[in-house]
Structures are given as structure tokens and as C-alpha cells.
Design a protein around this ligand. Structure first.
Ligand SMILES: Cc1ncc(COP(=O)(O)O)c(C=O)c1O
Length: 421
């Protein structure tokens, strides 16, 4: 069947709300490459939106899932438990930042991990309020949308959202928001909107994902921690996009000298299989009563097998170090192009969580059209790129960290061509 016919069937059978970026359909994929149903090859710099830090069908992941499939695929952990759930929880308790006693609960999607972080924080503190930040993305469930700090397209027409959710500005030097401005925003919330004693948690992304790959300044994270300690508020780091080696550390929070009380993770945790996790202080995680946490598919055995293989591969294949190397090469490439591409306003990122932001030449006005044009030219040339940012004027790079050197070089060549127009 041709891609045109498939597109027609898609339009007839599925709602437009599930927006689709590419005009072709995948047939197969391996590591950092995808082939469509007509045999055309693409280099995948999107990684299923940050899910494939270990690439498509990593051998270890495939073998682990295949082996699990010979034993059982589902019992529902809450009905008949399995050891692998505990093994992964023990690993995450050990690997996440902080030496304190921790516990982990597993879920299926990133949004679900966020939902459960809020549930746990409310149960522990007995308080309703949650503070998130402008530009944040925390998922598409009701609470996820409420916490998300971007209206179009995520929140339009879907309210009302859960109450007691507040937003403060995320620090963003390029857009004129300093650390002091952000903290002043929080203080204003406490003055004008809500007493801090009603706030259960502050949730932040150490590096904003959909929001534009803005890196949280260390001083700001320290101040968040101080404010939380002062008012008895829990600090939640949403590492759904930034976690699992992307930033050159297993967790982005390791770049900072303070520890969150709760960490949400998903995406590259299980290399393409649906799995999310919430890890936090043991006493906090134990606040909800038995039966309060879980889900039919939460902690699916196939996904857990994949996650254990991912964690093993990240260590044995040096992917954390490789994130740093690849990120550096990409940044060098982009810096080298800056003088010829006047739209480049900023090149930033931690490790391989790199982005380039475009403004109209000689101005501070965001240039989303240019970002879109570069994305389209790259796609036509066989390179899949994602945009992000509050104005859609940022290109972000989420290639597998396992990408072969030759494929990475080829992709950088295509990126240069697309940027030069
Ligand atoms: C930081 C962050 N939190 C939560 C989510 C929601 O994850 P999911 O789409 O798996 O529900 C995302 C997804 O992009 C994310 O980037």
C-alpha cells in the first residue's frame, strides 16, 4: 500500500488531534536509522521524542524482552508480583541522586509518573497546592495539562483542570528572565495567590524539554531547595525527558548540588517500551495507603526487562560519556555555522541534550518559520529533527547515544545543508 493511501486511511480513521509530523510510515528501524514502507532511509534525530537513548531495537533490550516473552507477559504486579519489579526499584533507588533511603513505584507513561508524584506529595504533606513553571511540559492527562506551562496546543479546549496549581516563571536568560525574576515570581505567588503552607510540591524540569531545552541554573535549583525546606514543600524533579544519560549524567539532577525529594522518569528508561517510574524518599513514598498507587499495566514485565537491559547497556557501553562526546561535536558544528547562519541566536544544552534557537536576523524576534524550514529541508534530505520551545523556534536533538560515528557524521552534514538552506 502506498504512503498516500495510508495517509488517506489515517485521515479517515484517526482524529486530527493526534497530530503527526512525518508524511511517511515506518516499516523498520535499527539503532539510529528508520526505513519507510517505500524503502526510503532516514536518520532518526528524534528518537521517538527522547525514548531511544539506546537506539531502535538495541540487541540487549531485544534479547531481554524476548526472554521475558518466553515466561509471562502480564499478571498485574498488584495481583501476582514478580522479582524484576523489585530489582528495577532497587536499581533506581541506588542510581538516583542522594544517599537517603528511597522507594520506587512503576507506572506506564511519563504523565502517569507525574500524576503519582503529585498524589504522593499530597498524601505526605496533607496539602493540595502544586507549583510548576512557565514553559514546562508534564503530560497530557488532566493534572499533566494543569501543570504544563504552555496553552497552545496542549490546554486549549480541555479545561477545567484540577485546582490549586500555580505557575511561576522559569529562569531563561535569553528571554530576559533571571534567577531573581523567577524567585520573585514564586514570592509573589506566596503573597498574592496562596499561602506556602498550602503547597505540597514544586515540580521543575532540570532541563526543560518541550519548553525549549533551557538548562536550569544551579543557583536557581539551590534556591528552590531552600524555599522548599523553609516551607515544608517537596521538590519534584521531572526527568522524563532529561533522564537516562541524555545530559551526560544518568540523571540531569546529578549536575546540581541539591537533591530533589521525588524524581519522575520514563521515555529512555525502557528503550521503546512503555514504562515510567517515581523514585523518592522512602517515608514520602510510603505516605499513600495500600491500594492508593498502581495501575493494571503499571510496571509491565516486558518493559521492566527492557529497562534492566537499558541500564546495563548504558553502563557497559559508556553511553553517559558518549552523550558528552556527541553533544560536544554537535555544539562545535553549530558554533562553526553561526557566522553563516544569522538566525542562530543561541546554542545550548547539557551533554547531548542540545538545542539551537533561532531569531530573525538582527532582532530578538523568535523565528519559528526558519526552524520549520530547516526541519522540512532536513526531512526531505532524510534527517528527522524535532522543534520545541514556547515559540516553536528551537531545534532539539534527541539522537540515540548508540549512533554509529559514520551515521552521526552523515547527519551533521545533512544538518549543515539544511541550516545553510
Ligand atoms: C518532562 C516531561 N514530563 C512528562 C512528559 C509526559 O510523558 P508521556 O508523554 O510519556 O506521558 C513528557 C513528555 O514529553 C516530558 O517531556
Amino acid at each position: 500500500m502506498s504512503q498516500q493511501q495510508l495517509m488517506q486511511r489515517k485521515a479517515d480513521a484517526t482524529p486530527r488531534g493526534v497530530g503527526v509530523m512525518c508524511g511517511f510510515f515506518v516499516d523498520r528501524a535499527k539503532n539510529a536509522e528508520i526505513w519507510d514502507v517505500e524503502g526510503r532511509r532516514y536518520i532518526d534525530f528524534a528518537g521517538g521524542i527522547g525514548v531511544l537513548n539506546t537506539g531502535h531495537l538495541h540487541d540487549k533490550v531485544r534479547q531481554a524482552v524476548a526472554e521475558q516473552l518466553t515466561r509471562f507477559s502480564h499478571t498485574c504486579y498488584q495481583v501476582v508480583p514478580y522479582e524484576s519489579y523489585i530489582e528495577l526499584a532497587e536499581k533506581l533507588n541506588r542510581l538516583t541522586p542522594g544517599q537517603h533511603a528511597k522507594k520506587t513505584a512503576l507506572f506506564t507513561t511519563g504523565a502517569e509518573a507525574v500524576e503519582n508524584a503529585v498524589k504522593v506529595a499530597r498524601a505526605f504533606t496533607g496539602r493540595p497546592g502544586v507549583i510548576a513553571f512557565g514553559g514546562a511540559f508534564h503530560g497530557r492527562t488532566m493534572m499533566g495539562m494543569a501543570l504544563t506551562g504552555k496553552v497552545v496546543p496542549y490546554k486549549v479546549g480541555f479545561g477545567p483542570f484540577p485546582g490549586d496549581i500555580y505557575h511561576a516563571p522559569y529562569p531563561n536568560a535569553l528571554h530576559g528572565v533571571s534567577v531573581e525574576d523567577s524567585i520573585a515570581g514564586l514570592e509573589k505567588l506566596f503573597k498574592y495567590d496562596v499561602d506556602p503552607s498550602r503547597i505540597a510540591a514544586i515540580i521543575y524540569e532540570p532541563v526543560q524539554g518541550e519548553g525549549g531545552f533551557y538548562v536550569a541554573p544551579a543557583e536557581w535549583v539551590r534556591k528552590l531547595r531552600q524555599l522548599c525546606d523553609l516551607h515544608g514543600i517537596l521538590l519534584i524533579a521531572d526527568e522524563v525527558q532529561a533522564g537516562f544519560a541524555r545530559t551526560g549524567k544518568l540523571f540531569a539532577s546529578e549536575h546540581y548540588d541539591v537533591q530533589p525529594d521525588l524524581i519522575t522518569m520514563a521515555k529512555s528508561l525502557a528503550g521503546g517500551f512503555p514504562l515510567s517510574a517515581l523514585t523518592g524518599r522512602a517515608e514520602v513514598m510510603d505516605a499513600p495507603a495500600p491500594g492508593g498507587l498502581g495501575g493494571t499495566y503499571a510496571g509491565n514485565p516486558l518493559s521492566i526487562a527492557a529497562a534492566l537491559a537499558v541500564i546495563d547497556a548504558m553502563a557497559s557501553e559508556g553511553l553517559i560519556e558518549r552523550a558528552e562526546t556527541l553533544g560536544q561535536l554537535l555544539k562545535e558544528k553549530l558554533h562553526g555555522l553561526k557566522k553563516d547562519v544569522p538566525q542562530i541566536a543561541e546554542i545550548r544544552g547539557l551533554g547531548a541534550m542540545v538545542a539551537v534557537e533561532f531569531n530573525q536576523p538582527g532582532s530578538h524576534a523568535p523565528d519559528a518559520e526558519f526552524a520549520k524550514a530547516v526541519q522540512a529541508r532536513a526531512l526531505a534530505d532524510g534527517l528527522i529533527l524535532l522543534t520545541c520551545g514556547g515559540y516553536g523556534n528551537v531545534l532539539r536533538f534527541l539522537f540515540p547515544l548508540t549512533i554509529e560515528d559514520a551515521v552521526f557524521d552523515e547527519a551533521l552534514g545533512k544538518l549543515e545543508k539544511a541550516l545553510r538552506g
